[in-house]
Design a binder for this molecule. Structure first.
Ligand SMILES: Nc1nc2c(ncn2[C@@H]2O[C@H](COP(=O)(O)OP(=O)(O)OP(=O)(O)O)[C@@H](O)[C@H]2O)c(=O)[nH]1
Length: 600
């Protein structure tokens, strides 16, 4: 169990290290991808911005060049001088024939460039010629809204570009549909007289939609990329790409254009996602980009900042001191870093799948381990049960064996027919007891007896009946209570012969026992028609016995031989009798050392 726990902890640690390494390497890879993507976006934005600026410069230069050649036209100079003369006179400008001539002169040029009108501005900033009579004799709107730039025309004799200013008239678009655009912009060039003095300025009204927004529109890259111009106050000077969004956000009215109507303010959150600014529109600060640009700083931001919709963007911007407006190009961070985000999402997905797979693997491993463990426990339990059963079987077998052994042991020492001890056991016990009595100086008695005329019995009754007779005598002897001590023994000594050994006994008891044996067998009354003993017609026995406490110098079989001698005498005396062997009789049997092999 402890081992398995350690293995599990090791597996968890290994997988944790593996996953940490994967995450660590992924983070490094992602960081590098993000850096290179950001760097690429930065370069693209800057390139785009410079391209737009260059395109704008080229455009303005072209127009300025064109306007300069118009202003240097002799007819234009002459007409301007005449107009100024009329303007300085009492004659109303509207009635001046030079005004009509001017309009006729410039109309085809304006039409050619798609311009919306012109002004001839006197040095006192009064419009002395225009396509519309209502402007005549009024302070020119360029002088009203951007006097510094106009001053450069009169003071320095420069041709200048006037970025979008509020128009005094709506401007027709190319389809000549009147729309509520109230922005206009100009190229203004000085008109010199022969002495190279600036006598007036000629301003061509350019449609910002055509000549400015069209340039910045080129900077609309991707789905969210936008390039736009703005003035010193952070007000949008070009058409926004997101007019529809701004209208939905109620930042613009329907039909209203974004030029001059949107200030680049940071709402503090993504308006498209429902963010509601806490400050009023006036209190909101300019966007990060607008703050930087309007303070004259050009730059790039790839960290991300909120645009005027509150959307997080990456952007580059430039402030054109000459033209007094800024241009910014921005793109949603989400789109700009799309390759990075896609890669990041793929990484996250791969890492998540790897993690899930690792966890599943771990879970599977633990489950297999648990199953394996359960199997081992089950096997152990089965094994234990089997061992217990086997042990119990073995115990049973052992017990049975011991019982069989006991039975065998009993059988080994028992005479099969009579149930008495057999001769081998008698000999063993007799020898042991002999040694003990010899050592202790105790007496040993041997009673030896044999059935009289048993041959005749067998012959007359049959051998089977002879066996039954022997069996009955055996049973009687076992029940006769002859042996008193544990060491005493009765045995079938051979054929129809029985023997009793009594230790530590005396003559009297031995005599009684021998007599009892003789009497009891006779009284058993087993019929014996052919018996010739003392006129008995029942089975009888002849008994010889000896009691000796002088065992020293004797051998056990010599004692048996002496008992047998006495038995022999009993046979001689007519059978069915008991004879004790006395040492006094020894003379008669002095030659007896062993049991006689033949008694008859
Ligand atoms: N049925 C039977 N007979 C046995 C058995 N063992 C010995 N005998 C018989 O016992 C008889 C012994 O005969 P003998 O030795 O002549 O002795 P006896 O006929 O008894 O004569 P005495 O001893 O002199 O009285 C033999 O016929 C043996 O066959 C036995 O186990 N069963």
């Amino acid at each position: 169990m402890q081992q398995i726990k350690k293995q599990n902890i090791r597996a968890i640690l290994l997988i944790s290290v593996f996953m940490s390494a994967v995450v660590f390497l992924s983070v490094i890879a992602l960081y590098q991808i993000k850096s290179s993507t950001t760097e690429q976006v930065r370069e693209n934005l800057q390139t785009l911005l410079l391209t737009i600026q260059e395109a704008h410069h080229i455009l303005v230069e072209q127009r300025r060049f064109a306007l300069e050649s118009i202003s240097e036209n002799e007819s234009v100079i002459k007409l301007t001088q005449d107009l100024i003369h009329d303007y300085q006179g009492d004659k109303p400008l509207v009635q001046s024939k030079y005004l009509t001539e001017f309009r006729q002169l410039l109309a085809p040029i304006l039409e050619n460039f798609g311009d919306q009108g012109f002004f001839i501005i006197a040095p006192d900033n009064i419009s002395i010629a225009s396509m519309r009579n209502s402007n005549l004799g009024t302070v020119n709107l360029i002088a009203q809204q951007n006097p510094e730039l106009l001053a450069r025309v009169f003071d320095k004799g420069e041709a200048v570009f006037i970025p979008p200013i509020r128009s005094d008239v709506p401007i027709n678009n190319q389809k000549l549909q009147r729309i509520s655009i109230d922005a206009t912009m100009f190229i203004v060039s000085p008109i010199f007289d022969e002495s190279l003095s600036v006598i007036a300025a000629i301003a061509i009204r350019i449609n910002p939609m055509t000549y400015f927004s069209s340039v910045t529109t080129l900077g609309r890259v991707g789905e969210t990329g936008e390039t736009y111009a703005f003035d010193k106050s952070g007000t949008l000077l070009t058409e926004s790409r997101f007019v529809e969004q701004l209208r939905k956000l109620s930042m613009l009215d329907y039909g209203e254009n974004s030029i001059f109507n949107i200030q680049l303010k940071d709402p503090g959150g993504n308006l498209l996602k429902g963010f509601k600014p806490t400050l009023s529109y006036e209190q909101l600060p300019l966007t990060y980009m607008a703050q930087q640009a309007t303070s004259g700083k050009s730059g790039v931001n790839t960290q991300g900042y909120r645009d005027y919709r509150g959307v997080n963007v990456i952007g580059a911007w430039i402030w054109d001191e000459n033209f007094q407006f800024g241009v910014a190009t921005e793109i949603n961070t989400q789109e700009a870093l799309q390759p990075y985000f896609k890669t990041r999402n793929t990484f996250i997905m791969v890492i998540t799948i790897t993690m899930i797979l690792c966890l599943l693997m771990l879970k599977f491993l633990f489950r297999v381990q648990r199953q394996f463990q359960a199997k081992i426990l089950q096997t152990n339990a089965d094994l234990e049960v089997r061992v217990l059963k086997r042990t119990s079987d073995l115990e049973d077998a052992k017990e049975a064996l011991s019982q069989v052994n006991q039975e065998l042991a009993v059988l080994a020492i028992t005479d099969g027919l009579t149930g008495l001890h057999n001769r081998r056991h008698f000999d063993n016990q007799f020898n042991l007891e002999w040694q003990r009595c010899l050592r202790d100086g105790k007496s040993i008695a041997i009673i030896l007896f044999d059935i009289d005329y048993f041959k005749q019995y067998n012959d007359f009754y049959g051998h089977l009946m002879g066996d039954i007779c022997l069996k009955n005598i055996g049973t009687l002897l076992m029940e006769a209570n002859i042996t008193k001590r544990p060491s005493d023994i009765i045995a079938r000594y051979g054929g129809e012969e029985f023997i009793v050994m009594l230790s530590n006994t005396n003559h009297e008891y031995c005599q009684q026992a021998a007599q009892a044996i003789c009497d009891n067998i006779r009284e058993l009354g087993v019929p014996h028609e052919r018996s010739e003993s003392n006129n008995q017609n029942v089975v009888t026995v002849s008994v010889g016995y000896i009691v000796s406490n002088q065992l020293k110098g004797l051998r056990p079989n010599q004692l048996v031989a002496r008992a047998d001698k006495a038995l022999y005498q009993a046979k001689s005396r007519g059978r069915n009798t008991v004879v004790e062997f006395f040492e006094s009789d020894h003379a008669n049997i002095s030659n007896i050392h062993d049991r006689p092999s033949e008694r008859k």
